[in-house]
Structures are given as C-alpha cells and as structure tokens.
Design a protein around this ligand. Sequence first.
Ligand code: PLP
Length: 382
Amino acid sequence: MNRLVYLDNAATTKMSKPAYDAMLPFLGDWFGNPSSVYSIGRGAKKAVENARDRIAGAIGALPEEIFFVSGGTESDNWAIKSVAQMMKSKGRHIITSAIEHPAVLNTLKHLEKEGYDVTYLGVDKYGQIQLSELQGKIHSGTILITIMAANNEIGTVLPISEIGKIAQDNGVLFHTDAVQAVGHIPVNVREMGIDLLSFSGHKLGGAKGVGVLFTKKGLELPPLLHGGGQERGGRSGTENVAGIASVAAALDDKLLQLPSRSVTQMRDRLINGLLAIPGSRLTGDPVNRLPGIASFIFEDIEGEALLLMLDQCGICASSGSACSSGSVKPSHVLLAIGMPYEAAYGSLRLSLSEGNTDDEIGYVIEKLPGIIETLRYMSSDE
Ligand code: PLP
C-alpha cells in the first residue's frame, strides 16, 4: 500500500488497541442481551455498567448521570430539545455561539421554528466569545446556555469553567458539546459547573455509533426513545454493548496519555512549518487550542482542490468548506472569526492523534509548499 498519512482525527480516529480488545468478548461469546437474566446477558449488563462507572469517573460525574446514546449528534439533540421542553414554562430563550457544530446549530434552528428565541454570540478572530456579552444577554426568560467546549474546525478551546460560573450565578442550565474535548483536554463536570455534556466515542479511539450524555443528578430529561425502558427509561433500545465497552477503554487509555505532549509538539511543528508558506495564516486561538488541531487559511487556494492533491500524496485532511447539494460553501466558523468569504474557501484542517509520527509531519511539511504553489499557478492560468 502507498504511504497513508492520516491527519483527519477530528473527523474520526482509528480505534485504539485497548478499545478494540474491549469490544471482542461482546462480539463473540458474550453476545447476550444485557436485559436477559442468564449469564451471558448478565455479563453484557455488567460490562455496560462497568463502562458507565469508568466514564463517569473520567469526567467527574456519578454513574447515574451517564446515558449511552448513538453519538454526539444524538446527545446534543436530546440535551437541548429536552431542556427546551422541560423549561418552557419559565421561558423560551437560549444562548449559544456562532461557531457550534451543526448538531447544535440545526437543533436550535428547529427550536426557533417552534417559537424559541436563540441568541448566537459572535466570536473574536480567535473564535472566543466575550463573557461580558454572554452575561449581558441573560434575562429572566433564559433557560439554557449551550456552548461548545472546543471547536472542531479551528481547535479553539472555550472558557467552559467561566461560562459554567455565569450560568450557575444566573440560575440558567448549561450544556456543552464536548465532542472534541473529552479525552483530549481535562474535563470535569463538577469543577466546571456543567449541567449537561455531550461527547462521542469515535473521536477518542472508541467505536462509531456510541455517544454519551451526562445530565446532572435531579434533571429528569423526558425520554428520547420510548420502548423497553433501557438507560433508566430515557433511551430505550438494546444497548450497543461492544461499542460502549470500547468507549470506556478508549477514554481510560486517552486519559493516561494526557497531556498529549507528543501530539502538541507535532501540532506546533506543523504550524511552524506551514506558516512559512507565503500567504498562509493560522486559524483559531494560538494559545487556547486543542493539542491535536492545526488549521490554516492559504490565500488564493480552493480547499477542495487542495484536499484532492493531498490525497494523491496519501495525506488525509479536511477543509472547513462543506460540500452540500453540489455547491461548496465556506464554513460558518471561518466566517464567524471574520475571514473574508474568498479566504474562507482556502482552509485546511490537519488533526492529529498519538498514532501520528514525526516522520509523517516532516512529510507533510515537505509536500505542502509544492502543492500550494502548483494550485496557485494553475488558478492564475485560468
Ligand atoms: N459536535 C462536534 C463538535 C463534532 O465535532 C461532531 C462530529 O464531528 C459532532 C458534534 C457530532 O458527533 P457524531 O459524529 O458522533 O454524531
């Protein structure tokens, strides 16, 4: 096989060895349904509860505050729609940021159609909200603040503890989409004043199709799915036992590696190497950023063309522009940090994991300048 350099770990990441191994028993002899009474069912149930305990411990929660769902999207949807439903007698105002993932933004768009009022806080050039603005937008009808812990495109880490404090002081519930944060930076729901938190297994080395919702004790969310009453009646349906076991093992493994010094060093080497390319800019917060995300804008470059040329060199990466219904739109995140429309097309996100090597980083730093030059030459010819 030709060389493959995988630098799209924020989209999904390879399963870690402990996570893979943790799945195997439940794909084999321990295939029982966790709701059944016989031994292979009880074994499966034990695995789910053991995973719940470990995941709760990893984020400072109690086991009964953890619900397993199908992914980050489902977790965000359940959290936000439930709070909207439960709190509507108090008010219908929700505060979020302009740089949330579509799992949050489109859920809020849906709620707007149902009569909720959503404030989208703008961000500065680094992707940071202003805490004073957040404070100023809260009023007696505000029922929820939902702001992500870290941004998936530009890697900015948001001031979650400070947001949690403002929410608590004002008696407003606080949900955070921590899909890019859990397993990558320390997250503790109690210390950070978080009431609801969403994350996803496949972003940290676990299986795809498993997400987690933390809801603070006492917050009884309306059921997401009705049926056999699994997940304490909140989310019916037979549990994805193997997947759940893999996420607990993946998270344990990730936490052992925190802080990810090798990942941070590779990220910084990439940043320094690629900023030497003329017409390049780093996007996101230069200091408060995820260890694994290096994101750029290259002037006069079309992100999709760049991805195709990188692919020819065996480099898997992503661009902030999303292809939808045939048209390539610049990302809402890049527009929110003030990138001009044309510049936002030339974005590149390289996202790392512990599985990457210095040699791979050197390869990317060697290949990219030539690719950029070729693309600029081609477009100047058109
Ligand atoms: N939120 C953020 C910040 C993400 O990066 C993602 C995935 O890219 C999601 C939510 C959705 O997670 P999932 O793919 O598990 O549904």
